[in-house]
Ligand binder design. Sequence first.
Ligand code: NDP
Length: 286
Amino acid sequence: MTARLIDGNALAASVRGELAERVFALKAQGITPGLAVILVGADPASAVYVRNKVAACEKVGMHSLKIEYPADVAQATVLGKISELNRDPAIHGILVQLPLPGHFDSELLLESIAPEKDVDGFHAENVGALMQGQPRFIPCTPYGVMKMLESAGVPLRGAEAVIVGRSNIVGKPMAMLLMAAGATVTVCHSQTRDLAFHTKRADIVVAAVGKPKMITGDMLKPGAVVVDVGINRLPDGKLCGDVDFDSAKEVAGAISPVPGGVGPMTITMLLANTLEAAERAAEEKQ
Ligand code: NDP
């Protein structure tokens, strides 16, 4: 059996087309959605992510502001900038690229972003709203995964979903969203005793671990839908996911690739959240 491909690039292109139309409509009212991205330090992967986010903004007609600091910048300086951006009416979304250098209190920084501009959805107020089933902003990666499942026509109500990884930015919000959609959710992590026992009975597997090719075909139920969030760089410089694509595609019913899967959808949902923040600000102004 060869699985159907869940093509994140194609879906991202179509969603971005719709977003560009909404941006155009908002601009006609005199409002250009604006995203500020803060990058601290010179982590090469973070620099690429930030570059891609800024480029994606420009492509759909949004305004973007990239603010870069050296790794040894004082936390107070960054906090001061966030406070300034919180008050700036031209900026509707603020994002601090993670991870931050060791001397930073990441939580403090994320909490200093105005919740209505927290387009990553990491502020405690927004995490709480998601948990209560009334999200203000859905964190971009799990949001992208939900869009991929929806576009692939995957039935969620009553489905057995297994998420591998329990981070605040992927695994936990993913669990909330799948649960809200009616799936029965199991969250696995580094202390899970028998990972394959869980993945083998799953209709949907979402892998968000950060370990190259750790989910193999023999760990899957035939016909399962597999969404691979992982981004790992191999010694030869190539990117791969947490799923061993070659063996998994022989067992799964549908599978997302890396690259070209969740990555482009994460950025797309960041654009969607920023646009939504701008639309809400426009409504409030009226
Ligand atoms: P974290 O490192 O924060 O979390 C990894 C999770 O995997 C943890 O919950 C950890 O368990 C769990 N884990 C580690 N080893 C095992 C194991 N052997 N078996 C089962 N679970 C295990 O990572 P993130 O959630 O931030 O990211 C996960 C992956 O997704 C990374 O590759 C990252 O690069 C990628 N990513 C991709 C994005 C995209 O746009 N495509 C966006 C964000 C992330 P424990 O909690 O017990 O330590």
